[in-house]
Design a protein around this ligand. Sequence first.
Ligand code: KG4
Ligand code: ZN
Length: 385
Amino acid sequence: MKILALETSCDETAAAVLEIKKTENESVFFSVLADITQSQISLHREWGGVVPSLAKREHAKNIIPAIGEALELSGAQFRRADLNTKNEERVRAMFSHLPELGETLLSFVKEKGKPDIDAITVTVGPGLEPALWVGINTAEALGLLWNIPVAGANHMEGHILSILLSKNGQGTYSKKSIAFPALALLVSGGHTELILMEDWLSYKVIGQTKDDAAGEAFDKVARILGLPYPGGPEIAKLAAQTTQTSTIMLPRPMLHSKDFNFSFSGLKTAVLYGVKKEKEMTEEKKQEYAREFQEAVIEVLVKKTISAAEAHGVQSIILGGGVSANTLLRETLEKEVAEKLPGVKTYLPERKYSTDNAVMIGIAGYFALEQKKNTPLVAQGNLSF
Ligand code: KG4
Ligand code: ZN
């Protein structure tokens, strides 16, 4: 089957087309036919972070072009779509909050017709609700006009399932492709969670941040150091420029707490106070702060993941979410797991699938369809597992 997947939960407008085939022994083969991500970073940069109303406006502007491009790139075949007045009216009603997008979508379907797509999947949460609605309404309207099913997908589940994909956009899911139980460390702009998985598609949150997410801490500390949004890659770049032993000492919050929860807001405040006390913020000082901050976050993430993995006797560790693009985190996690938990395998997403994309929503949505999960097509900003 072919799936069109849409992702608009934050600041990327993304559309992908996946071909999915069931093979022997309940295995599933995924192949990415098109993967379009239209980033809004340069727009939000001016404001130092994502502005939900601007994100919504940009998604509304970019989503139909992104879908058109993804379908074309995938080599989709179109035939005539049977539009009728009743359906057109329903689409207009769906888009009463974004009438322009409603009209663009109707013109697109009138001009292009119906592609050989079997289902649409779309992120329903977690994320920014005004942004999520753009994707959800678009998916619902196209599903209606093309007369195909629409499935809601959980963005964080998408991040976990990203490990199934190789660099060339192909991947195989099978019952035995990883050993269970598994532990997933999810680190993104909005989330920092440890998820215990007894099997594929079975999730139990065993730890999470009490305040800021790891990515959010990177973004906030970047701002303190005068770096642009998003802060993660900027901090990593700056940190890599110094090899000096740091004189700056930052806390490792909750490193020794008995639970598997995290807290990063105190660490950010420690950077803020430290920077305020400096007589002069030289480039070298900035580099040292970036390095010490990055090391503090990674030390806590990795050590707590290893304690949780030991406590639950897991056989696999999965890393996911935008912060998983961080080289030091990837290397430290792999190295520490190999040293401290011999026999446990670490699964990292390919870098191109680490940050937000629609491909992962295609995969998560495919399983939602298979499980007949009927997630309501309603934006759920705080959707959890
Ligand atoms: O998953 P994602 O793309 O979007 C959300 O779902 O939030 O994650 C975005 C977060 C941002 O906070 C960004 O600063 C962080 O991931 N990030 C990184 C790196 N690349 C992106 N953090 C640290 N190092 C990186 N290389
Ligand atoms: Zn994400």
